[in-house]
Structure formats: structure tokens, C-alpha cells
Write a protein that binds this ligand. Structure first.
Ligand code: HEC
Length: 108
């Protein structure tokens, strides 16, 4: 019981330490690129693929005003594929989309 509590504290402190560091890196990553005036998406590698596949059914705002880990972005995509008629992606296309989302729209 006690060791569980210690573990939780360690986890919490770890998050406090890691969050500002990674947030800073991602802000820098995003600042190197312009924002697309039409969609608001960051014009970084993968932008065209995301624009072509992720702004068809809904506004890009659903992407730009969120931040998730790669795993959660993938969950969102699977959810849309299972329930919202999103098409399947070739593995390399899915990789490109996830690389882009994970890098430029991480948890905030
Ligand atoms: C075939 C249509 C379609 C395409 C293409 C599509 N989506 Fe969606 N998506 C939806 C629908 C429908 C919703 C629910 C809309 C709403 O809540 O207003 C949604 C919701 C979302 C949400 C919000 C989910 C939530 O938790 O509320 C995110 C984030 C998202 N989409 C991201 C993406 C990304 C990233 C892509 C590109 C890989 C994409 N979408 C492509 C149909 C699509």
C-alpha cells in the first residue's frame, strides 16, 4: 500500500518535471513553420497529407484546438474509422499523419 503511494508521488513529480520541458520543445518545433491561412494547420512535413485527409468531413479546428499523444491520436482515427466512415490509410500514410499530429499537436 505504502509503496503504491510512493510510486504515485514519483509519477506526479515526474510529470511536473517533464511537462514544461517537452512543451517548450514542441513550441519551438511549431515556431519554425508557417500556419496555413485556410485551415490553421502548421505547414510542417505531413501537412499536405493531413490537410487532404483530415479536413474533408469537419473543420481542421477539430485537430488544431486539440493536443494528444500519438496513441490517443491513433484512437481518434480508429474511432472515426469504426463509426464515422473514415477510410483506411496505407501504413506509411498513417505513419506520416501520426508523426505530424504527435509532433505538432501534442498534449498541452
Ligand atoms: C469520413 C469523415 C471524417 C474524416 C475524413 C475525418 N474525420 Fe475526424 N471526425 C469525423 C466526425 C463525424 C467526427 C465527430 C464530429 C463532431 O463531433 O462534430 C469527428 C471528430 C474528430 C475529432 C474529435 C473527436 C472527439 O473526441 O470529439 C478529432 C480530433 C478528429 N475528428 C480528427 C480527425 C483527424 C486527425 C482526421 C484525419 C486523419 C480526421 N478527423 C478525418 C469524421 C471524419
Amino acid at each position: 500500500m505504502k509503496s503504491k503511494r510512493v510510486l504515485l508521488w514519483a509519477l506526479a513529480l515526474g510529470l511536473i518535471w517533464v511537462a514544461p520541458v517537452t512543451a517548450g520543445e514542441n513550441v519551438e518545433a511549431a515556431e519554425e513553420y508557417e500556419t496555413d491561412s485556410e485551415t490553421g494547420l502548421i505547414k510542417a512535413p505531413g501537412f499536405d497529407t493531413v490537410k487532404n485527409n483530415c479536413t474533408v468531413c469537419h473543420s481542421a479546428r477539430l485537430v488544431t484546438n486539440r493536443g494528444y499523444t500519438r496513441a490517443v491520436w491513433l484512437e481518434q482515427i480508429r474511432w472515426m474509422q469504426d463509426t464515422q466512415g473514415l477510410w483506411e490509410f496505407a501504413p506509411e500514410v498513417e505513419e506520416e499523419i501520426l508523426d505530424y499530429l504527435e509532433t505538432y499537436y501534442p498534449p498541452r
